[in-house]
Every structure is written in structure tokens, then in C-alpha cells.
Design a protein around this ligand. Structure first.
Ligand SMILES: Nc1nc2c(c(=O)[nH]1)N[C@H]1C(S)=C(S)[C@@H](COP(=O)(O)OP(=O)(O)OC[C@H]3O[C@@H](n4cnc5c(=O)[nH]c(N)nc54)[C@H](O)[C@@H]3O)O[C@H]1N2
Ligand SMILES: Nc1nc2c(c(=O)[nH]1)N[C@H]1C(S)=C(S)[C@@H](COP(=O)(O)OP(=O)(O)OC[C@H]3O[C@@H](n4cnc5c(=O)[nH]c(N)nc54)[C@H](O)[C@@H]3O)O[C@H]1N2
Ligand SMILES: [Mo]
Length: 756
């Protein structure tokens, strides 16, 4: 078994991409025994008339040019199309307690779920159950609750628009806005931070902007692993000779040197390309100081008479620059350098690149959002862009690189625990029921409600809630207090094993598979990270005739729960156009004539007003918003403290572990590693590859510790360490999060090592 292989640590000195990626692609298809099936499906992935890649949310380019997929897209597809099955024999063989002893990797490798299963407490096994019985059980539990607010309805971002929209309607008709979702742990700082700043919680950039940009910044995002298709844009940008600035505590391989696996000439000649013209080796949480340092340079030089600021833009479109200038100028270089870990010279160089660029795109990922001030940090990126009018022009704008393939779409169509009153009015008018007006729970509030015992039912539309959330032990305990847990999923995961008194696992038809209803084949729609909505039509057969499309599962849950509902649930099961007509009715501004417009198989772009310099903020302006000081996390006064960033390896999709390797970081057959600067190791008297435990530094009296980590010398900044999510989630306190968005600060956990 792969897990027993001996760990190997071998620095990776090749370019990222290239033959390594090609080999990995072939290997994964072989391992899942889907070479023919998988290759056939790949021909349809991201092609017009085919299905959207189930991996990340980065848009696909003009797919008439070439095959549009990447190594990690192939992994996502191969693991979805796998020939392995988790069927009734599997559950009869393995008790839940025994399954709990297996790793996440092992669980993932067992394959696709094939029929509905119900937990049987007496035998501690999941046993087969009919779809009817499953829906009846859900309906019974929900109807018996003394308040609808005692149920929690989670969504993960693979769920397509049609299912997510109906789910949001079902839950609101049921009577609550309890919509925890994966976004609450991810780009929520974008969704909550940007609206007061630019009037919309989305990025403003489209793919063509990469072609017109004069400079691209990639801050806190591991492009080569987590949105590999974006490498094509970065490669093209470098070919044009424009600067690319990567800001990261880890020198992520693909951001340094890359070979495009689909560039046949470069592949044949073993060529490669330097990606970043400037690598900024930032301290964890040092980005605010870097941004303020860059702004200081700009303000200083403007004051000396240079024309750097876009004064016309600032005067006409923005409010608040004076307070920002004053605060920024109050920081001296010593502090800016100390907190960022970047020399004054390099900060000045970054500023120079920004100043020289006529149009700048700033991309960012979890390295920005997952801090205690994640939301306000996102606002500082917007501030920096305002200075040179980098909105509403070709080649310019802010570009949050989203995670799940439809996480942005799910929010657009109603997965929102804090819906606006205007939106709720439109739901009322479209469906004829009065939706609940009070805000519901996000992910962390859901766990609080579980701990308090007020939450009774948890329904997970995809995802792996307990494994993705912080404070693993406490969250497991909270989950186990529930009366009913429901996992609507493609694959078995930990979330199904840490369950309530009663539990269901419901298998779905996945993105790459056909959805056939009484009215024929249906398609779904997806919104990518750049607000493009396009149709997705699966080409494979579902692993079993008992898998059900997510839309139908939502409708059946609604019918079982709301017998007196006037919503025509049954009609939606067969005809997805009817759902799209309702989406058009609830979102007339962006989704008018949805059914008609989506006939164009290339899809369409949802309006993003800041692209037109229209700001839907309360004052109608773009707002400079102040985050005082230089710190984005509480300062911990403890000389032994290290800041831990929990990150993804190259071979995982969130809690789904494809293998125990992380090729670009030179780690094989092991995930229990801790990347550390060698001097920090030596300062702690530890040998190379010493085994340590990590302990969280906190004053809440709760002991959080993970044992058995191997220290790897790695070019981390001093005081910063990194390791893998979800293995290190037990170290992340539930109370350690961004107050505006509720997003856990998973990139900056204060920890100390304990020698073993
Ligand atoms: N193959 C694959 N693709 C994925 C995913 C996956 O797991 N696998 N997950 C999807 C999801 S849901 C998401 S949200 C995205 C996540 O994609 P990313 O945003 O790339 O997420 P991470 O790997 O968690 O880490 C991001 C980077 O932040 C850096 N970092 C850590 N702390 C800091 C800091 O303080 N400052 C800066 N500047 N950088 C910092 C880390 O070194 C790392 O390179 O990818 C999506 N795509
Ligand atoms: N410490 C730490 N914690 C983190 C993060 C971090 O960087 N560090 N990142 C956070 C982020 S950015 C995110 S987005 C969350 C992720 O949290 P989740 O979205 O909850 O987790 P995933 O691992 O993506 O969920 C995988 C499961 O989804 C199911 N699934 C896959 N495809 C489908 C489908 O098409 N339909 C349905 N119904 N189910 C499907 C499968 O059963 C699979 O096991 O984790 C967060 N947690
Ligand atoms: Mo995410």
C-alpha cells in the first residue's frame, strides 16, 4: 500500500510543469484504471458543449485552440471517473469505527459511492436504504424541529448553479438562512471585504486583461498547483516581457521556473521559462507592511512632484485617500522592513514596477485571505490599485483566484447566510412565500451552535465539513452531538464517519456525468472566478443507476420536508430550464433571459459594475478603507513562537488526498512534514529531519497538539513554518478568525515546536 512507502525528501530543481506534469497525468489515469474512459472525457473537458473541469475556478481560455486541461484537472477528473466503488459490500465489510482508523488518502482511494446508505447504530455499519426512506428520514427530522434555525445547510463549491439555487430556495422556504459554506473558510474576505470598497464581492478582471496588463502581482497564491491553467496566462505575459511579481513565504516552484506542458516545442527541447521577474520572500502576515511600504514610496515621490497618482480617477471616483496617506506616511522604514521581512530596496523595487506599469492586475489567494484581518487586507489591495486608477481599464483590476469550480456561482445564486433584504423581497415575489429575514449561521457559527446543542440537523451539499474546519477534535465532538447528519457526496470522506445519532450518505451524479431526466438530457451551469457563466454537460455514465443528480436530491428533500409547499419542486427535477427561468426572475440585473443566453455554448459574462467604474457602495464611490498599523494578526509576545501556514500539497484537492507526494516541494510518501528555515531549526537545537510535535500558543486553556512531524530545511523566512492542511487543522483554534468574514486564520497559527 502506497502509505507504507518510505518517506523521501529530495529538493526539486526542475522547472514546474513540463514532462513531470505529463508523466503525472498519465500515471493518475492508470492508477484509477480509467485510461480510455478518462482520456475520452478529457477531450470534452472545458470544450464547448462538454463539461467544466471539476477542479479549480480559473476560467478556460478560447478552447478552440487546444485541449484545455492541466495536470491537476486530470487528477480531479480521474478520481471522479475512477473504476473503484464504495458499495454495499464495502460498507458491510468495514464498520464505521474501523473506517475511522484509515487515512483520508485511503478513504479517497476506495472509489465512488453507489447507493444511499443509512447508519445503523447497532452494528456500527452503514447499511443500504432506499431513496424514499432517506428523504422521509430527512423530512421527519426537519419537520420535528422546534425551530428551523436548528438545522444547518452546508454547501461546498462544486455544486452547480441550478442545484445551489434550488437548495437556497428550499432552505429559505423551510425558514432559515443557516448557510455555512466552504467560501466561509476561503474567499469570504473577498465577498465581505470588497463590497464596501468597490461595491461588489468579486474580482474585476477577465482573462483578456492578462493580455493587456503591464505588470501582474501574484500574492499568496500557489498558481502552479491550485490554478494551473493560469500558468498559461503568466507564460504569455512573460513572453511579452512584462514583470510578474510573486509575493510568497514559499518559493513556489511554478512561480519561479515553468515549462508549459502543452507547449510541444518547449517540451521537446526541455526548455523552460522564468516566471517571476521579482520574487518577494514575504514573512507570513507581512503583506500589509509591503503594501504600505509601496504606498509610502508612491506618496513620497508624488509629494516630490512626480505625477504618479491618477488624480482624475481619485477625485472623480474615490473617497478617503487623505486618511490613508497620513496613516501610511506615519510608518517608518524600520517597521515596514521588520514586519514584512523585505528590504527597503526590494519594497522600493516593487513600488517602481507598480509605478511604471500603466495597467496592473493583482491576483491573490489564501495567503491574503486566511489571516485575522483578511477582509481588511483585501481592501488594502484595492487601495493600492485605486492610486493609479487600476479599475475599469483594459489590463487592470483586482483578481481573487477562487477555489472550488463553482464557489462564486453558489454565492451569486443565493448561498449566503447574510442575504440582503432586497434579495429576500425578490425571492418572496418570485416564489410567493415569506423568507426568513434574520441572518443565519456561517461555518464557525454553525460549529458554535453544534457545540451549544442548539443545532440538531446538518445537511452537507458536497464537501467534507468536519475535516475542513478548524479545531478538529472540538469540531468532531460538536458533530457527534447532532440528531441527523446527511452527506450528499461523490466520495466517502471523514465527514461521513464523524456523524450524528442518525446519518445518511447520499451519492450524486458528478460534473463529468450525464444527467438524464424524464424530459431528456439536462445540463447545468457554472460561474468561474471571472464571472463567466457557462453550460456544463457531462459525457460519462454515473457509477451506478442509483446515483441521483443534486437538483433532484434538493427537490426530493423539499417535497419530503414541505408537504404544503406551492413551489413546483417536481417540475424542476426534469426540466432545468425552469430553474434557470426562476434564477432570471430573482436576479433580473445579471441573469435576465438566462435560458436564452445560455443557448450560446460559450456562455456569457455577468456584469461586474466596477469594470465600468460604477460603484454600488452606499456612497456610490470607490472607498479607500483604512486598516491601521502593520499587523494582520494578533501579536504574540513569545520568543519561541513560529507562525504556521497550513497549505495544500501538489497532490490534493482540499481534504481529498490524491497521493502523499508534493513533487515541487520535494516531498514523497509523507504528509507529516514541517517546512522550516534551517536557522530556526538550529536555534531550537534540532537535527535535520528531527521529529517534533507542534503545539498552539493560546490562552484559552485548550491544549492543541499534533505529533510526529518531520522538520524539513526549506527556504522559509525566519519565524515562519508551513505544513499540510487538513492534517494540521487540530492546531487551528475555532476562535482564531477574521472578525468581518468569519474566515479562520489558517495561514498564521501561532505555534511552538516540542522536541520528541
Ligand atoms: N489542485 C488543487 N487545486 C485547488 C485546490 C486544491 O486543494 N488542489 N483547492 C482549491 C481551493 S478551494 C482554493 S481556495 C484554492 C487555494 O489556492 P491557494 O490560494 O494557492 O492556497 P494554498 O495552497 O492554501 O496557499 C496559498 C499560498 O499562500 C502562501 N502564503 C501563506 N501565508 C502567506 C502570507 O502571509 N502571505 C503571502 N503573500 N503568502 C502566504 C503559501 O505559501 C501558498 O503558496 O485552490 C483551489 N484549487
Ligand atoms: N487549515 C486549513 N483549513 C482549510 C483551508 C486551509 O487552507 N487550511 N482551506 C479552506 C478552504 S479554502 C476550503 S474551500 C475548504 C474546503 O472545504 P470543503 O469544500 O468542504 O472540502 P472538499 O475537500 O473540497 O470536499 C470534498 C468532498 O466533496 C465531495 N464532492 C466532490 N465533488 C462533488 C460533487 O460534484 N457534488 C457533491 N455533492 N459532492 C462532491 C466529495 O465527497 C469529497 O469528499 O477547506 C478550508 N479549510
Ligand atoms: Mo477554497
Amino acid at each position: 500500500m502506497a502509505e507504507k512507502k518510505i518517506p523521501l525528501y529530495k529538493p526539486y530543481d526542475q522547472p514546474a510543469g513540463g514532462w513531470g506534469a505529463a508523466a503525472a497525468t498519465a500515471k493518475v489515469l492508470l492508477e484509477q484504471s480509467v485510461v480510455t474512459k478518462g482520456s475520452r472525457a478529457l477531450l470534452a473537458m472545458n470544450q464547448h458543449g462538454g463539461f467544466k473541469c471539476p477542479s479549480c475556478a480559473f476560467p478556460d481560455a478560447d478552447c478552440t485552440k487546444k485541449l484545455e486541461f492541466c495536470e491537476n484537472g486530470v487528477k480531479a477528473l480521474a478520481f471522479e471517473a475512477t473504476k473503484f466503488r464504495v458499495d454495499r459490500e464495502f460498507f458491510a465489510t468495514h464498520s464505521v469505527s474501523k473506517l475511522m482508523e484509515q487515512s483520508d488518502y485511503w478513504l479517497e482511494m476506495q472509489g465512488r459511492l453507489t447507493e444511499p446508505m443509512r447508519y445503523d447504530a447497532q452494528s456500527d455499519h452503514y447499511v443500504p436504504c432506499s431513496w424514499n426512506d432517506a428523504f422521509e428520514l430527512i423530512g421527519k427530522h426537519l419537520r420535528e424541529l422546534s425551530s428551523p434555525h436548528h438545522a444547518e445547510f452546508y454547501t461546498s463549491g462544486r455544486t452547480p448553479n441550478e442545484a445551489a439555487f434550488l437548495y437556497s430556495i428550499f432552505v429559505r422556504e423551510f425558514g432559515t438562512n443557516n448557510f455555512p459554506d466552504c467560501s466561509n473558510m476561503c474567499h469570504e474576505p473577498t465577498s465581505r471585504g470588497l463590497p464596501p470598497s468597490i461595491g461588489i464581492g468579486k474580482g474585476t478582471v477577465v482573462l483578456e486583461d492578462f493580455e493587456h496588463a503591464d505588470a501582474i502581482f501574484v500574492i499568496g497564491q500557489n498558481t502552479g498547483t491550485n490554478s494551473p491553467r493560469m500558468m498559461t496566462n503568466l507564460v504569455e505575459a512573460r513572453r511579452r516581457g512584462i514583470p510578474i511579481v510573486a509575493v510568497n513565504p514559499m518559493p513556489e516552484r511554478a512561480l519561479i521556473k515553468f515549462t508549459e506542458p502543452q507547449d510541444f516545442l518547449q517540451m521537446a527541447t526541455f526548455g523552460s521559462m522564468a516566471i517571476s521577474s521579482e520574487f518577494v520572500h514575504i514573512k507570513i502576515g507581512g503583506d500589509l507592511a509591503l503594501i504600505k511600504g509601496m504606498m509610502k514610496v508612491i506618496f513620497e515621490r508624488q509629494a516630490m512632484g512626480e505625477k504618479i497618482l491618477d488624480e482624475a480617477f481619485i477625485a472623480e471616483h474615490t473617497v478617503g485617500i487623505d486618511a490613508i496617506r497620513e496613516e501610511v506616511m506615519s510608518h517608518d522604514w524600520k517597521d515596514l522592513v521588520r514586519v514584512s521581512g523585505i528590504s527597503e530596496a526590494q519594497i522600493r523595487k516593487c513600488a517602481e514596477i507598480y509605478i511604471q506599469s500603466r495597467a496592473t492586475v493583482i491576483c491573490y489567494g489564501m495567503g491574503i485571505t486566511q489571516h485575522q484581518e483578511g477582509s481588511r487586507l483585501v481592501q488594502q489591495i484595492a487601495n493600492l490599485l485605486f492610486l493609479k486608477g487600476n479599475f475599469g481599464r483594459p489590463g487592470a483590476g483586482i483578481s481573487p483566484i477562487r477555489g472550488h469550480s463553482n464557489v462564486q456561482g453558489d454565492r451569486t445564486v443565493g448561498i449566503d447566510e447574510k442575504p440582503s433584504q432586497a434579495y429576500l423581497d425578490r425571492v418572496r415575489d418570485a416564489f410567493g412565500f415569506e423568507p426568513p429575514r434574520e441572518h443565519g449561521h456561517h461555518t464557525l457559527e454553525t460549529i458554535e451552535a453544534m457545540m451549544a446543542g442548539t443545532a440538531k440537523v446538518f445537511i452537507g451539499m458536497g464537501g467534507n465539513f468536519v475535516r475542513a474546519v478548524p479545531d478538529t477534535e472540538r469540531s468532531y465532538d460538536a458533530m457527534r452531538k447532532l440528531d441527523l447528519t446527511v452527506g450528499i457526496a461523490t466520495k466517502l470522506n471523514r465527514g461521513h464517519l464523524v456523524h450524528g445519532r442518525e446519518a445518511l450518505i447520499l451519492p450524486v451524479v458528478s460534473r463529468s456525468e450525464r444527467i438524464i431526466t424524464a424530459l431528456g438530457e439536462q445540463f447545468v451551469t457554472i460561474e468561474d472566478s471571472m464571472s463567466n457563466v457557462s453550460p456544463s454537460r457531462g459525457v460519462l455514465n454515473a457509477p451506478s443507476e442509483h446515483c441521483m443528480p443534486e437538483v433532484e436530491i434538493v427537490c426530493q428533500m423539499a417535497m419530503a420536508t414541505l408537504p404544503d409547499s406551492n413551489t413546483p419542486w417536481e417540475s424542476y427535477i426534469d426540466n432545468y430550464d425552469l430553474i434557470r427561468d426562476k434564477i432570471a426572475q430573482v436576479y433580473p440585473e445579471i441573469y435576465s433571459n438566462f435560458s436564452e443566453r445560455i443557448q450560446d455554448i460559450r456562455g456569457f459574462h455577468l456584469d461586474v459594475p466596477p469594470r465600468r467604474r460604477v460603484w454600488n457602495t452606499p456612497n456610490g464611490k470607490a472607498n479607500f478603507l483604512l486598516l491601521p498599523g502593520l499587523e494582520v494578526n494578533d501579536v504574540v509576545d513569545d520568543p519561541t513562537m513560529l507562525r504556521l501556514a497550513t497549505v495544500r500539497s501538489h497532490d490534493q484537492f482540499n481534504t481529498t488526498i490524491y497521493s502523499n507526494n508534493d513533487r515541487y516541494r520535494g516531498v514523497y510518501n509523507d504528509r507529516m512534514v514541517l517546512f522550516m528555515n534551517a536557522e530556526d531549526r538550529i536555534a531550537r537545537g534540532l537535527d535535520p529531519q528531527a521529529k517534533v510535535a507542534l503545539e498552539t500558543i493560546s490562552d484559552d486553556g485548550i491544549k492543541r497538539r499534533v505529533d510526529g512531524l518531520t522538520i524539513l530545511d526549506y527556504p522559509m523566512p525566519r519565524g515562519a513554518v508551513a505544513g499540510y492542511y487538513p492534517e494540521l487543522n487540530p492546531l487551528l483554534p475555532l476562535e482564531y478568525y477574521d472578525k468581518i468574514s468569519g474566515t479562520p486564520a489558517a495561514k498564521s497559527i501561532p505555534v511552538r515546536t516540542i522536541a520528541l
